[in-house]
Design a protein around this ligand. Structure first.
Ligand SMILES: Nc1ncnc2c1ncn2[C@@H]1O[C@H](COP(=O)(O)OP(=O)(O)OP(=O)(O)O)[C@@H](O)[C@H]1O
Length: 294
């Protein structure tokens, strides 16, 4: 089956600065994919390329089978887009903005919007411009769900939301995708929310994709190893050993390899590790293990 999102050989520069080179990925129908990466790795840039706001230096993206440079209005109406910064038209109240948006989307469904709005502690006549940041985000998410799009693209959807509301929205999203085979492409810095939500993760590093994998495979296979090593020894990072650190003879590193192979890799660097412990990780710890602390 044709993927819902396909990006081929995306290279992008701002001025002379290379952001990434030859990025390739696809997202299959019915999947929730999280694009994760440190600040400034280019997540919003990809979202802007996907929605046609930004033309990449080279390469192509296809959404729902159409080239993003020439998306037809019919295809655009099948895509729900939430950008960092969220709702515009903040001179409306929640009744007016629903009426305004509903005219643009043929499949408009008021129920999910009002289900969310009824939880908001605002009056029906209060303008969006006078609401708190989190309240405005909640309005934006209600408007997106009411569009009932086949593909949801959400940039930093959790911005300004409190933990309870984040949990509520994550539950909504999961149900939404499971019930009707929708596809979601999202970015977030709140990685503990992602563990319960995303089927796949793309972990972006500066200039490239570090990893594109199912969340399950990361959780099942990526581990932290702690062990002792002789005073004064150092461990070099390799393609299999991520972010080794040694402090006073206590070492830690991360790897997809089983323990025995980690020990062999370290022996190849000239010493034998002792008292090695293997630890399972949360997705947030795995993210730090893959990308480093700073
Ligand atoms: N219009 C622009 N002109 C020049 N540089 C830009 C522009 N937009 C973004 N950048 C730079 O490109 C890089 C990627 O920015 P982008 O906003 O895509 O990152 P991000 O991964 O979304 O970051 P964050 O996690 O902080 O939201 C950053 O170093 C940023 O400073």
């Amino acid at each position: 089956m044709e993927p819902i999102i396909k990006c081929e050989n995306i290279t992008h520069y701002y001025g002379k600065r290379l952001i990434y080179e030859n990025l390739n990925f696809t997202v299959a129908k019915g999947k929730i994919l999280g694009l994760l990466g440190k600040n400034g790795t280019g997540k919003t840039t990809i979202i802007n390329i996907l929605n046609g706001y930004l033309k990449p230096y080279s390469g192509s993206c296809y959404l729902l089978g159409e080239d993003m440079r020439t998306l037809s209005p019919a295809t655009k109406s099948r895509i729900g887009l939430l950008l960092e910064g969220h709702v515009q038209h903040s001179y409306f109240n929640i009744v007016q903005i629903e009426k305004f948006y509903s005219r643009f989307f043929p499949n408009w469904k008021s129920e999910p919007y009002w289900e969310l709005m009824n939880r908001l502690k605002v009056t029906r006549t209060q303008k969006l411009s006078t609401m708190s940041c989190g309240q405005r985000s909640q309005v934006a998410l209600g408007l997106i769900l009411a569009q009932d799009p086949e593909l949801l693209i959400l940039d930093d959807f959790s911005m300004g939301l409190d933990p309870g509301y984040r949990r509520l929205f994550v539950d909504y999203l999961r149900e939404y995708v499971a019930a009707s085979d929708k596809t979601v492409f999202l970015t977030s810095h709140i990685i503990q929310d992602m563990e319960q939500l995303i089927d796949e993760a793309i972990i972006l590093d500066f200039g490239k994709i570090l990893l594109h994998s199912s969340t399950q495979a990361i959780m099942d296979q990526f581990r932290r190893f702690r062990f002792n090593c002789p005073q004064g020894s150092t461990i070099n990072a390799t393609s299999e050993l991520y972010h080794p650190e040694v402090i006073n003879g206590q070492a830690e590193l991360y790897s997809f390899l089983p323990q025995q192979q980690v020990e062999e890799e370290i022996k190849m660097q000239g010493f034998s590790p002792t008292n090695m412990r293997e630890e399972t990780l949360s997705l947030e710890d795995a993210f730090i293990g893959l990308t480093g602390k700073y």
